[in-house]
Design a protein around this ligand. Structure first.
Ligand SMILES: [Zn+2]
Length: 147
């Protein structure tokens, strides 16, 4: 008995439909779980109805091809003051002042591949990828870009 090998997803997916919103989604498709991609996080370029200057914002749902395809339970972003991570309560109290900085901890829960980078570095990479019409990228490729 033979079974056809599962075709791996490409490490980069570009827009395949008309979507004026710039989006960047991150997934893991490592060899150890080919065919079972782990959806890590999803972002879009926006301004929350003009409340903030345009920036990369977390989508809350995983987007593929311009459509939300899955819920994302937890943010990959933490806020630090110095080397201390602020708690959820401190964030709600808006203790994230000018001395704070954002950090992303992207992690695949199937193969434990992970990457931690400062927010501004990650956002700059998102912008470069989006300018090349990339809408979705593997964590391993993003890690290689940010090396
Ligand atoms: Zn993985």
């Amino acid at each position: 008995m033979t079974s056809a090998p599962r075709r791996p997803l490409k490490s980069v997916l570009t827009y395949d439909r008309d979507d004026s919103t710039r989006r960047l989604s991150i997934f893991c498709n490592a060899e150890s779980h080919v065919g079972r991609p782990w959806l890590i996080d999803s972002f879009y370029w926006g301004d929350v109805g003009g409340q903030v200057s345009p920036r990369w914002l977390r989508a809350g749902h995983y987007y593929r091809g311009g459509l939300p395809i899955a819920d994302l339970p937890k943010s990959s972003r933490t806020v630090l003051v110095g080397n201390r991570v602020l708690s959820e309560d401190e964030l709600l109290e808006d203790r994230a002042d000018s001395g704070s900085r954002g950090r992303y901890d992207f992690k695949c829960h199937l193969c434990a591949l992970s990457m931690s980078r400062r927010e501004e570095v990650v956002h700059a990479a998102f912008s470069k990828l989006a300018n090349e019409n990339v809408a979705e990228v593997t964590l391993s490729l993003l890690a290689a870009i940010l090396k």
